[in-house]
Design a protein around this ligand. Structure first.
Ligand SMILES: C[S@@+](CC[C@H](N)C(=O)[O-])C[C@H]1O[C@@H](n2cnc3c(N)ncnc32)[C@H](O)[C@@H]1O
Length: 310
């Protein structure tokens, strides 16, 4: 087990809500089709999803390997596993899906035993992502695949977005960037993982002896545009409203961010200024929501990295 336990309890209502919401509309179907082909998924494979949460990778990729296949979801949270196991009854037809409560650092599976070992947004939360990747590699059969789907939220945060809210000054934008950079340092220091892990996986795979390493990006663009037609736009609008207007949600994540910023050596005055600017934008956002005038567009760096075990 990890010595420095990751403080996130994913079965907590707020995190679980975030998990469900962020997965909705996360991928375009044609991108998943292309990815499954690029990965070489085939019916009858045995796929392990480590840090499976609610089984998102299971139900996303099941159509490509599930016929006669086996899915094993592994997670440290027994509570989440109960939900994912129940949900799998709806998607895991034609093969079998099982769930195991275990730690990513000590997977209860034999060496060289699975065709596919995968994870999504797991490494980014770990203190020792390389060790976790080594475990995924250990259980994979020779010629089998290790797949990691991980973001580089840091670079994504540094990319300017276009939205209907007042343009921030260059100094304000630089302050936002500083908050992001320093908070990630603090996050690593606090043992909460690394928001930038997505760009580090190809090298880790190479160090671990995987071959035929290749990487792709998710091509989903997050935009919200009046009159918000259709399910995806309605969903994006709901998320934007939640981010700006839900007081509890806003305070909860600001508190976490502040801890990380200070742990990274940040100046409390900088953080207060950042909150001041964010708070200034909230009533303007509310007015735009009320009038149906809010819009925004941006994207996230989200990598899928594959490596073959020689
Ligand atoms: C951000 S969630 C991702 C869940 C899922 N892969 C998805 O993309 O929807 C991270 C998951 O990793 C699990 N996790 C965190 N640390 C772990 C560990 N040491 N061993 C196994 N699972 C872990 C958490 O319980 C949580 O379900």
């Amino acid at each position: 087990m990890e010595k420095k336990r990751n403080p996130i309890n994913w079965s907590d209502k707020r995190y679980k809500q975030k998990l469900v919401e962020q997965r909705k509309h996360m991928w375009h179907k044609d991108t998943v089709d292309k990815l499954a082909d690029w990965m070489g998924l085939k019916s009858g494979m045995t796929g392990v999803d480590v840090g499976c949460g609610l089984g998102f990778l299971g139900y996303t990729f099941w159509p490509y390997f599930g016929d006669g296949g086996h899915y094993i979801g592994i997670d440290i949270s027994a509570k989440l596993l109960r939900d994912s196991s129940m949900a799998s009854r709806d998607w895991a037809s034609g093969g079998d899906a099982g769930f195991v409560n275990a730690d990513t650092y000590r997977l209860p599976l034999a060496d060289n035993s699975v065709d596919l070992a995968m994870c999504q947004t797991l490494l980014m939360h770990l203190t020792r992502p390389r060790n976790a990747l080594a475990e995924l590699t250990r259980i994979t059969k020779p010629s089998g695949l290790v797949i990691c789907i991980e973001p580089d939220n840091l670079s994504s945060e540094l990319i300017k977005r276009n939205w209907s809210l007042p343009e921030l000054s260059t100094d304000e934008l630089l302050l936002f960037f500083k908050i992001t950079l320093v908070s990630n340092k603090g996050r690593i220091k606090l043992g909460r993982g690394d928001n930038s892990i997505g760009i580090k996986v190809t090298h880790m795979m190479s160090e671990l002896g995987l071959v035929d390493i290749d990487a792709r990006q998710n091509d989903t663009v997050w935009f919200t545009e009046p009159p918000y037609e259709g399910e995806v736009q309605q969903y994006r609008l709901k998320m934007a409203k939640r981010n700006f207007l839900d007081e509890k949600y806003y305070k909860f994540f600001r508190k976490k961010e502040r801890e990380e910023f200070l742990a990274g050596g940040g100046d409390p005055k900088d953080f207060d200024r950042y909150v001041e600017i964010s708070d200034r934008l909230r009533p303007i956002a509310k007015e735009q929501f009320d009038k149906g005038e809010f819009y925004g567009c941006g994207s996230n760096d989200f990598y899928t990295i594959k490596g073959k075990k020689p």
